[in-house]
Design a protein around this ligand. Structure first.
Ligand code: ADP
Ligand code: MG
Length: 229
């Protein structure tokens, strides 16, 4: 089942909210966190996924930084790499990916065994695990529902990284199982029509469409990009 995952040029992945928590970008992530907390006043936003229309728009960066800013508030956070096609969470957090989400879903492990502690004391990571031949099927399985239920009992917040909506059905499937969905749009890269299409595909899902994160928007001073909600 395990496919060999090439290391790619992932060494440069760094987490701004960890390396530079005082930067304006980190501040933007905290703003997104605050907005998400407003969206969950009744406590219904425990599990959420982050997706986008296409690849390389910033889903994984957003997920990792959001998980970190929640953990910086001492929330018990679980970051799950549910991008079972192009997983990157294990590169970002420099952890082993031989065991992870897919291992739990096929019944090889229980959640607690497959989860890795991060350097942040309250942030746990569930990497993708070996890439399975049938990601959509696994994500739509009873085992996935059980995992989400279990995780939401133990953690304050569970955040899922996912593949692009327009490429495969995985994010849509998962959007029926989580409380909220966040759409990342990359400034200058994401085609407006495609972003709208992605939104339309997510709207019928059971989870609440929380809004969009605008990634890579140039700051008016021209010296920085920033993130807004
Ligand atoms: N705002 C940004 N500024 C600079 N680089 C970015 C920004 N957002 C994402 N990237 C880079 O673009 C690449 C793709 O981002 P990633 O978060 O992995 O996207 P996705 O998960 O949507 O495929 C990564 O190398 C990431 O570091
Ligand atoms: Mg990604």
């Amino acid at each position: 089942m395990a496919k060999r995952q090439k290391p790619e040029s992932q060494a440069s992945r760094h987490l701004i909210t960890k390396m530079n928590p005082r930067s304006p970008i980190s501040e933007q992530y905290r703003t997104i966190r605050t907005n998400l907390q407003f969206a969950s006043v009744d406590g219904e936003l425990k599990t959420m996924l982050v997706t986008s229309a296409g690849p390389a728009e910033g889903k994984s960066s957003t997920v990792a930084n959001l998980a970190l800013v929640f953990a910086q508030q001492e929330k018990k956070v679980l970051l799950v790499d549910a991008d079972l096609r192009k997983p990157t969470v294990h590169y970002t957090f420099r952890i082993d990916n031989r065991i992870g989400l897919s291992s739990v879903l096929v019944g090889d492990m229980v959640l607690a065994e497959a989860t890795t502690k991060s350097e942040e004391s309250t942030l746990d990571i569930l990497p993708s695990g070996p890439i399975p031949p049938n990601p959509s099927e696994l994500l739509g399985s009873k085992a996935m529902q059980k995992l989400i239920h279990e995780a939401s009992e133990y953690y304050d917040i569970v955040i899922f990284d996912t593949p692009p909506v327009l490429a495969v059905t995985d994010a849509q499937i998962l959007a029926n199982e989580v409380d909220g969905t966040l759409l990342v749009v990359r400034s200058k890269k994401t085609d407006k029509e495609l972003a709208i299409k992605a939104k339309e595909l997510l709207e019928p899902a059971k989870s609440k469409l929380l809004g969009a994160v605008l990634n890579d928007k140039e700051h008016s001073k021209g010296d920085y990009y920033y993130y807004s909600h």
